[in-house]
Write a protein that binds this ligand. Structure first.
Ligand SMILES: [Zn+2]
Length: 312
């Protein structure tokens, strides 16, 4: 065998080994992508299984699991059965945002809900496994489409009445529900029917989060754009000083919500702004024009329940 023949055979051998290696790699890649595809299919199948109906009145549509807590299964010690509600729901669900004002008594004023009626409504939410979201959680959903708990709901109060602290707060605490209060900041520590700084601090650190509702409840379409920004930024700054954290959410007084007020809310540094327009929240909604559901004192419990369902 001469040198040229030897070289030729060596080259052929090298090419053959290379080809085998390449074929092996390609085969692995194909196999890997099949694994990924089957993982995705499994996840999709799981998601489909986990998808309950939104806000359905039908209890059977809410899958339930239970876990048992006990020191030792073999012992005769009584076990505590804890119901665990599946926490996550796929997105694209509509979220109701309830809008309250005052929890007190005034005949003929639909914005003042008697304490007993408010308690009955909150008990209904608790007993029927609604999950109250903070506005931060709502924001995260709006931004990312992140999964939210089943039966999500947001509870809001406008104006910052003292009875939100004396009447609503103890009821919300009793049922473990979260809420948000939009406060008119000029009233803080100055008007007796409105919240004080201490009350605001106490509520804010206990799931009744504080947000802004301007400094003086201005009708925003009756004042200049720069005054819009002024009342929005000043109220934000005041609450930030009281609470020592960022204030990111705003509710338009009288629900005045147009291109100019939306722009001002954004320019003032708010992440979400709420109107009084009737509606449920969808993740594709304008984040500076979020509708809410006014809860009138005229509603009986059946009518309240109907309000929680966007189909009705
Ligand atoms: Zn208001």
């Amino acid at each position: 065998m001469n040198l040229n023949k030897k070289s030729f055979i060596i080259i052929i051998l090298v090419l053959l080994i290379g080809s085998v290696g390449l074929i092996y790699k390609v085969a692995r890649l194909i196999n890997h992508s099949e694994i990924n595809n089957s993982e995705i299919n499994n996840i999709n199948a799981l998601n489909e299984k986990k998808t309950p109906k939104v806000n359905s009145e039908d209890e059977k549509s809410t899958p339930k699991q239970t876990i048992e807590l006990g020191i030792d299964d073999s012992s005769k010690i009584e076990k505590k059965v804890v119901e665990v509600v599946p926490i996550f729901h796929v997105h694209n669900s509509k979220i109701p945002i309830l809008m309250y004002h005052s929890i007190s008594y005034e005949k003929g004023n639909t914005a003042r809900i008697p304490k007993e009626k408010f308690k009955e409504q909150m008990k209904y939410l608790k007993d029927n496994k609604y999950t109250t979201l903070t506005v931060d959680e709502l924001y995260s959903y709006m931004q990312t489409g992140k999964l939210v708990p089943i039966k999500p709901i947001v509870i809001t109060f406008d104006d910052g009445y003292k009875d939100n602290y004396t009447n609503a707060y103890p009821i919300l605490k009793e049922f473990g529900l979260k809420a948000t209060v939009f406060v008119i900041t000029n009233t803080i520590d100055t008007e007796k029917n409105y919240l004080t700084s201490n009350e605001i601090r106490s509520m804010d650190s206990n799931n009744m989060r504080i947000a802004s509702h301007t400094t003086a409840h201005e009708q925003l379409d009756k004042i200049s754009y720069s005054d819009n920004v002024k009342t929005m930024t000043a109220s934000k700054a005041k609450l930030e000083k009281i609470l020592g954290r960022n204030i990111n959410y705003f509710a338009y007084p009288y629900g005045v919500n147009n291109d100019s007020t939306r722009k001002a809310a954004k320019e003032s540094g708010y992440k979400l702004a709420f109107s009084t327009q009737y509606g449920w929240i969808d993740k594709d909604d304008n984040i500076y024009s979020l509708g809410r559901i006014f809860v009138s004192s005229n509603l009986n419990l059946e009518q309240f329940k109907a309000k929680l369902n966007p189909k009705k």
